[in-house]
Design a protein around this ligand. Structure first.
Ligand code: GLA
Length: 416
């Protein structure tokens, strides 16, 4: 896709600049600076299914986080960002047990998860431990071009990329699924967010030109090609950020759990909400609390839609795939109640255009972004129409970005 960020030379220029910013912050001596990249993601199908054991279809995007990094000869960990002032510093011998609400909790959580994985105990005395497997201190400078808090998974991007950087700096033989595991342990354990498994998998297992099909019941996955010559992915940011988005997300997780507990009485062998049969739900719905019935209705029908979307993609029917995205949005609006008028306006406006295949909110909802799948050639009209309609109704323009795919987390530069 012809957006400037998508060219390697543009990304490389950003990363060179980032390496310079690293030297300006941490100093020039101390060896080569290595620079890594981890993308963000959009989810096209399977909304709010990961924590219900359902299938999801995300893909990585060519916007993300970059990490300039260098090992230290001692045990100090220094974390800084070009996007935030200040620095966080601690020692590997006294890592905090939990996050403190600071952005640096995410990378620090990965340091802690890796340190535990390598058999180190938090708080052990310096010099003790497992020789070659012990971690060294590190300096890390974060930056990037991924909008934070917009539902594009900036936190998983930071966590997976930190896992990659630490792994490579220490010469450890860890695979992408290990980075995913470290990222999940950091977010759930250290940071304390009960996130689903989709985001780190979408980033860690990314392949360019493909959607990831991830079955969140057992973690099995495969890749489904999405021809970039035929279809493009745009994201329109409402610029709405809901203060209580995290607690509203946790509320949905709890409601789905309660819906499952209710329905399980009628189908005791079910292990998660995804496994409840539609017939069971239909026979129970009138007796269930109305809110729980709406949540279950979204989840169970979204599972069916996601399988249908996969079949459409496999037979090359992009319009059929897109139609499932748009249906998903309608269900997110009415049954799951995580949309806002700004998102509905973007989805309605986009899907009224002939070159648009489908659209829905991406991420958790409550503001953030709508993702739009469109046929090549529709870019200009799409942008003009979204800006015109949204601007007239809400008094500001949505931020519209055209995304290319991304091959996943990788090292891109060594500056000696
Ligand atoms: C957020 C969570 C994901 C997933 C989506 C909804 O982005 O981080 O794990 O639950 O919401 O599909």
């Amino acid at each position: 896709m012809s957006t400037p960020e998508n060219t390697n030379s543009r990304l490389e220029a950003c990363l060179r600049e980032h390496a310079q910013a690293f030297r300006a912050h941490f100093g020039d001596s101390g060896g080569p600076v290595r620079v890594f990249f981890a993308p963000g993601r959009v989810n096209l199908m399977g909304a709010h299914l990961d924590y219900n054991g359902g299938p999801v279809m995300p893909t990585a995007i060519d916007r993300g986080t970059w990490f300039a990094a260098r090992l230290r000869p001692d045990r100090r960990v220094r974390l800084a960002s070009t996007l935030e002032p200040g620095e966080r510093e601690c020692t590997l011998d006294q890592l905090p047990a939990h996050g403190s609400g600071h952005w640096s909790d995410y990378p620090l959580g990965v340091v802690q998860a890796l340190s535990q994985r390598l058999g180190e105990k938090v708080g052990e005395t310096p010099g003790a431990g497992s020789g070659a497997s012990r971690l060294s201190g590190v300096e890390l400078l974060f930056g990037g071009n991924l909008t934070i808090g917009a539902g594009l998974s900036s936190s998983a991007s930071i966590c997976v990329g930190t896992a990659l950087a630490l792994t490579r700096l220490h010469g450890l033989e860890l695979a992408p699924c290990d980075w995913v595991d470290l990222a999940l342990r950091a977010e759930r354990g250290f940071v304390g967010v009960q996130c689903g498994i989709m985001d780190p998998h979408a980033i860690g297992l990314a392949r360019a030109g493909a959607l990831l099909w991830l079955d969140c019941r057992d973690g099995s996955h495969t890749w489904l090609p999405l021809d970039p010559a035929r279809a493009g992915i745009a994201v329109a940011d409402t610029r709405v950020r809901r203060q209580l988005a995290q607690s509203a997300f946790n509320e949905r997780v709890a409601e789905c759990r309660a819906a499952f507990e209710w329905l399980r009485r009628a189908q005791p062998q079910a292990g998660c909400l995804r496994e409840i049969a539609l017939e069971t739900f239909e026979s129970e719905r009138a007796r269930m609390p109305a809110v729980l019935a709406r949540r279950a209705e979204h989840v169970l029908r979204e599972v069916a839609r996601t399988f249908e979307a996969r079949r459409a993609l496999e037979r090359g029917d992009l319009a059929g795939f897109g139609a499932q995205m748009t249906r998903a949005h309608e269900s997110l609006r009415t049954h799951f109640e995580v949309s806002v008028p700004q998102l509905d306006c973007l989805v309605e406006t986009a899907t009224a255009l002939p070159g648009v295949l489908g659209s829905r909110l991406t991420g958790a909802g409550f503001g953030g972004c709508a993702v739009i799948l469109y046929e090549r050639g529709a870019e200009t009209e799409l942008r003009e129409r979204l800006e015109g309609v949204y601007g007239a109704r809400f008094g500001q323009l949505p931020k519209i970005e055209l995304f290319g795919g991304d091959p996943g987390p990788r090292e891109l530069l060594v500056e000696r």
